[in-house]
Ligand binder design. Structure first.
Ligand code: GLA
Length: 386
């Protein structure tokens, strides 16, 4: 990591002629709790070792000049006459963050920035949140302003909701800001409180990237969110003043099943049962009952496949292959869906066998290659030494 930061600092000195600070924000994998965040519910993500680094140094004017090492492109903006809306460019995330920081009352200095990332893009591992949060951290640092993790997570979410146009919940930005090495976080997305959930030393999180790229903004993701809102609207006729599907128990939903269109009922069933599964998974991890945790993960995958309909044949195949390997407790798609990755909770001794089974099985069944990452949960946003 420090080598990457040093490389970035060298590139920065070459381009801008001075030494930068380097901010790091991680991608994430979600152990369980999918699409529950914008329903006021529970999620359990962990921060990854994959991260976005932003090298930055203050300018005397109010301009932002950003070079992406990944894209080999530079963009420039003036904080006093910012672009009116998104252009579909990678820089939308950075402009959105800068504008939302300013509209929260923070007065930013101009800055020169270089961004670099090894978070796989479009794989459901939150490359966008990592970019948003690392830039927010860099801009605040260069403006001499404090980084309040939970508030900054909400501001970065707002950048994505109101500027980029993706109605995501707060999970990705939250874990990018608040992640804790060696732990997942159980986040209550209504109160924004969280608890640390230790990942036992004998366990590993194995991520399998299907290579199917998802595209969220404006598409199926927002439609799922609308279906949940419709569910709340219909259910509140019978259940009283509920704010979100978080307020509905599986029993209550069953009792009103006939009042709901079939599709809305299934969308709601995913959310209310998923919330219960997150809490069950947390209990299971805390008590060392890894089998029960794995069972909740497998059930989560089925619920995403059949009720929420956000999986695809490739991730179904990867989850199914992993679930049959000895030493794998559970496996499910992770992230927003429509492609991306699976996460499997496995014993350390099962890494080689699982990787081999996934590689061979996926090639035979789907005719393509899977990328496998075995990861240890890392820390959230921070300055790193150069
Ligand atoms: C994306 C969104 C998150 C969350 C997940 C699904 O990653 O950014 O807010 O809704 O999908 O759990």
């Amino acid at each position: 990591m420090s080598v990457q930061a040093r490389d970035l600092a060298v590139e920065f000195a070459y381009r801008f002629g001075r030494a930068p600070t380097v901010s790091r924000a991680p991608g994430r994998v979600n152990l369980i709790g999918e699409h529950t965040d914008y329903n006021g519910g529970f999620v359990m993500p962990a921060a990854l070792e994959f991260a976005t680094l932003t090298a930055a140094s203050q300018r005397s004017d109010r301009r932002l000049q950003v070079y992406s090492m990944i894209m080999d492109e530079t963009r420039e903006f003036d904080l006093d006459s910012p672009p009116p809306g998104p252009t579909g460019d990678w820089s939308d995330y950075i402009v959105g963050v800068a504008l939302m920081l300013e509209s929260s009352g923070r007065n930013l200095s101009g800055a020169d920035l270089i961004v670099w990332s090894d978070v796989p893009i479009g794989a459901g591992l939150s490359s966008s949140a990592a970019l948003e949060v690392s830039c927010a951290h860099a801009l605040l640092t260069e403006s001499g302003l404090p980084f309040d993790p939970i508030e900054i997570a909400q501001i970065c979410q707002r950048a994505e909701n109101d500027f980029v146009g993706m109605r995501c919940g707060v999970m990705d930005q939250y874990i990018a800001c608040c992640g804790v090495a060696g732990h997942a976080l159980l986040i209550d997305c209504r109160s924004l409180a969280s608890r640390h959930v230790a990942i036992a030393p004998n366990l590993r999180l194995l991520i399998a990237n299907s290579g199917v790229r998802h595209q969220h903004a404006g598409g199926e993701y927002n439609l799922r969110r609308e279906a949940c809102e419709e569910g709340v609207r219909l259910l509140s006729r019978y259940l009283g003043p509920i704010q979100a599907l978080r307020d509905v128990t599986p029993q209550q939903l069953e009792s009103k099943r006939r009042k709901l269109p079939e599709l809305i009922y299934r969308r709601c069933r995913h959310i209310v049962t998923e919330n219960a599964r997150v809490l069950e998974a947390e209990r299971a991890l805390e008590t060392g009952d890894f089998v029960a945790c794995g069972r909740a993960m497998n059930a989560s995958h089925l619920s995403m496949r059949d009720d929420f309909e956000i999986t695809c044949p490739e991730v179904d195949m990867l989850a199914g292959l992993a679930q049959n390997v000895k030493g794998v407790y559970g496996s499910r798609m992770t992230g927003g869906g429509f492609g991306g990755c699976t996460i499997s909770l496995i014993e350390e001794w099962a890494i080689d066998k699982t990787s081999q089974m996934l590689t061979d099985g996926y090639r035979i069944a789907m005719g393509r290659d899977v990328d496998i990452y075995v990861c240890a949960p890392s820390d959230g946003a921070q300055l790193i030494p150069v």
